[in-house]
Design a protein. Sequence first.
Length: 262
Amino acid sequence: MSYAIFLGAGAAPGVPSLSSGWGFCDPNNPLNIRKRTSTYYNFKGVEILVDTSPDLHLQLLDNQIRRLDAVLYTHTHADHLHGIDDLREINRINACNLDFYATEVVLKGIKARFGYLITNPKEIKDVIRSPSLVAHKIKCNHDFYVKGVKITPLKLCGHNVPSNGYLFNDGEVAHIADFKRLAPSALKHLTEHKVKLLVMPLTTPFGQKYHAGWQEVLNYIEKINPERVIINHMASECDYDALMAASPENVIPAYDNLKVEI
């Protein structure tokens, strides 16, 4: 069986946030409590994590995740990256290096901030004392594989830093991170394949300069025509029940620790 776990469904401030509190979210609905976004995919035993949120320590504990085959990064914003140090615990548990994948610009940012985590792939470290992550550079629209899982990086446009998504196994899952527009090449990949599960971010329903809003997300869902959609990366402007009521039948908002079969 293949499945996904939405370890955190929140945008950068989380819900409630320090500055805005609950915002438009009903504080009596526990599904509105949101840690920052990391997503775990298990493809018939191949375990892949997309992004490492600052809440990763608790997210891994809550879901008893103790090993990973690879980590994929979408961009360098803190809410998607700054839990990376917690991956040293995965090193310790499994007593081996851990591979991560990122585009050149994202890899440059990771090396600048967290260079102490990165090791030479041929080096065997004492992982009890030293973190040991192996970096792999990827390019949008160029396929790569993790233990037989085919992964295609997708170019996303309009965010205020370079961002990319991922297509798994030619449509089994499409994971879209922060974006304002899909690059034509990304939309081509998504429409040429029958996407079973589409993960889309919605920071706020009304949209922002660097984030697609609800109507823009719905327009892309209509073009891609996936079987199912999970809405992710929601700030305090996104009340769970309100968004559920406004969603088409095959679209649901995520919540922390939501597990779905693929």
